[in-house]
Design a protein around this ligand. Structure first.
Ligand code: FES
Ligand SMILES: [Fe+2]
Length: 412
């Protein structure tokens, strides 16, 4: 099929070698931190008044300025590889269909019939499918996979109606570097994906997300503000305690390489094997493919790594609010370079199940209980993000900036 993602240059870059060089660069930073028994740090701790998480007006501003205004990751190219493929994207607010047209381009439309507004796809997320045309379940108006109205039973009844062609209502959408970006507002500006990613584009590009094939998708839920849940992805300070039987066994606690790129960032958490490189000549370090944890503003976390050497997987978490105290996380595991065989598929499914269990029963457990506590905490209660929780500080500052509401800290 023709190249369809303008972000891909189709050049002859050896991405595997690029990833190894990149992993080595992260290794250097991690080895330095392990050797000096420290972590990347902010200038100081950041107290945050509890209203950051529980305040309704603040949440309304986030919904409007982030979830209805910012480009959001609706999925990866591999979620709709073929013409006619459709991905349902409900989580930002309006129900949206991302569809690959017969011309190979991805477009997004409101999941809304232009007759009287019925939902065309009545399923709920996660859902994807394929159709040459979409027929409305109400009176059977029909649309093609590029949004054009192509069938209207009882057409005579609508003769002389001059309020537009009645094609589906398009929503800004861009496909770039394997990301399907959507702005969940039909009145919003077109998406400039390159501008949105900025210097983060080369960091993401090496992951070759356009090659990723979905293996398993699902939804994780937390009775917590979405930022409280999101905070759990950005620090390794909780590994030893909260994840004592999993990542706490395999990774250093409270050591984090933080690389901010505009409003996005990448964090790296060293596993114990990295410590063996301390004091060794770099030429003797083993090669790794550690890709780190990528945060794409405002709500997406992409992890690229290997389960065992050479067995790769990509995990994508997208966090959305279902209300000020409800989080819906769209979690998906992809095979970065295709599903090689059934054993590999099973391995990726296991990676999904194991991760979903830890996130749901450990991270989101404390998020929900912590959120409930904030609701009844004293009026002047502040949580505090340590200097070692540097990525969280950055995310909160960028959110505050984007919604135009200063962070309520003790200093403000
Ligand atoms: S609302 Fe869709 S055909 Fe009537
Ligand atoms: Fe965690």
């Amino acid at each position: 099929m023709a190249e369809r993602d303008p972000g891909l240059d189709g050049g002859e870059i050896d991405w595997a070698a690029t990833r190894r060089e990149n992993a080595r660069a992260i290794d250097r930073r991690m080895v330095d931190l392990i050797a000096s028994k420290t972590t990347d740090m902010a200038d100081g701790p950041l107290p945050l008044h509890k209203s950051v998480y529980i305040d309704e007006p603040r949440f309304a501003a986030e919904r409007e300025k982030l979830f209805l205004s910012e480009p959001l990751v609706a999925g990866l190219s591999g979620d709709i590889p073929e013409p006619g493929d459709i991905l349902l994207f409900d989580a930002a607010g309006p129900s949206i269909l991302v569809m690959r047209g017969r011309d190979g381009s991805a477009r997004a439309f409101l999941n809304m019939c232009t007759h009287r507004g019925a939902r065309l796809v009545e399923e709920s997320e996660p859902w994807s499918g394929n159709a040459k045309r979409l027929a409305c379940p109400f009176h059977a108006w029909t649309f093609d996979n590029q949004g054009a109205l192509i069938g209207q039973p009882g057409k005579a009844g609508f003769a002389g109606c001059d309020i537009g062609a009645r094609d589906l209502v398009e929503v800004p959408c861009a496909e770039h570097l394997g990301l399907l970006l959507v702005r969940a507002d039909p009145d919003g500006d077109p998406i400039d994906a390159a501008a949105h990613l900025g210097d983060f584009a080369p960091v993401l590009e090496q992951l070759e997300l356009h090659r990723a094939v979905p293996v398993k998708r699902g939804i994780l839920k937390a009775d917590s503000n979405w930022k409280f849940a999101l905070d759990t992805y950005g620090e390794g300070y909780h590994f030893k305690t909260l994840h004592a039987s999993t990542i706490g066994q395999t990774h250093y606690n409270d050591i984090c390489v933080f690389e901010p790129v505009g409003r996005h960032h990448r964090v790296g958490f060293p596993d114990l094997s990295v410590g063996k490189n301390v004091g060794k000549d770099e030429a003797d370090w083993p090669e790794t493919d550690y890709g780190g944890v990528h945060f794409l503003f405002p709500n997406t976390v992409i992890f690229f790594g290997s389960l065992t050497p050479g067995v790769f997987f990509t995990q994508v978490f997208r966090l959305f609010p279902d209300g000020v105290g409800k989080t819906r996380c769209q979690f998906a595991v992809y095979a970065p370079f295709g599903i090689i065989d059934e054993e590999y598929r099973a391995t990726c499914e296991t990676a999904y199940d194991a991760t979903a269990k830890v996130v749901q029963t450990e991270d989101y457990r404390v998020a929900a209980a912590g959120y409930a506590n904030l609701l009844t905490a004293p009026d002047d209660f502040h949580v505090v993000l340590g200097a070692n929780e540097i990525a969280l500080q950055a995310v909160h500052r960028h959110i505050a900036e984007t919604i135009g509401m200063p962070l309520p800290t003790e200093r403000s």
